[in-house]
Design a protein around this ligand. Sequence first.
Ligand SMILES: [Zn+2]
Ligand SMILES: [Zn+2]
Length: 342
Amino acid sequence: MTGTGQTRPPATWLRVRPEGLFCEPGGFHIDPTRGVDRAVITHGHSDHARAGHRAVLATPETLAIMRLRLGEGMAVSAQPLAYGETLDLNGVRVTLRPAGHVLGSAQVVMEFQGSRAVVSGDYKRTPDPTCAPFEPVPCDLFVTEATFALPVFHHPPPEQEIARLLDSMRLFPDRTHVVGCYALGKCQRLIALLRRAGWDGPIHIHGALAAMCRLYEEHGVPLGDLRPATEADRATLAGALVLAPPGAISDRWSRRMSDPVVALASGWMRVRQRAKSRGVELPLVISDHADWSELNRTIDDVGAPEVWVTHGREEALIHAMTARGIRGRALHLVGLEDEAAA
Ligand SMILES: [Zn+2]
Ligand SMILES: [Zn+2]
């Protein structure tokens, strides 16, 4: 897409501003950290989707998630754009493509004067029964996340981690298994993976997870027999499986369980010390972010000569791509951290 002399490389029209990435000719920000005039939102996690924008463009699923989390008045106007549909914003063609991260998560594809930039948002390449798979889009500039951008981060197959949880439940049939998981994405993925592994019994969920589970079911992701954990008594929960937000697993809330096995589902569980410091007996390495090899494979798949890294561990990734002849740039964007969701 270069060589005509007419093309404008994306670096001349996609800008890094303190509040986030800004597409200058299109007049919109992507996942800005403060209220702006026009925002394109990649997905519903709170570090990407904030209240206070005048106009918001996102997938219908992400808009539904934003309304649930931020209220009906989350923006003055909200426009849905389904995967694969294209919208012209002041001469910039904008298309959303699946990012494979959570329900509705999208990469923002922008085409302007002969060149194409893709902003990945958060993404993963491992298949996830609760959302559409990541689609690599060839581009001139790729903007990637880098949450787990160190060679040490290798996520095992999620089925293997689910099998470890089911093994523990068989081994300790009288203990309550309390699994910490982020409310948007991780929770529903865990449930869907458990169902696929053959666990069709009841799953008790903390009240803070219920509304998002309902939203997923309304969007065609069946989750099976879910019951409120908060109303259940100690005897009912003996031997039961309980899902709760990460903040609830080690506090007063889980102490009323019967001799709980505390588990936590996160890519960070690869780091033993993190599991230990949080009192996690059963760390489950299940992540909604690309690991080291997925990040590098994706950069190769999209074939962009220039790659920008938004947040995470930039240095190692940039070093690895420089060795392959790709220009790398660390953006050091602030405000993008979803450690709990990782
Ligand atoms: Zn996210
Ligand atoms: Zn994020």
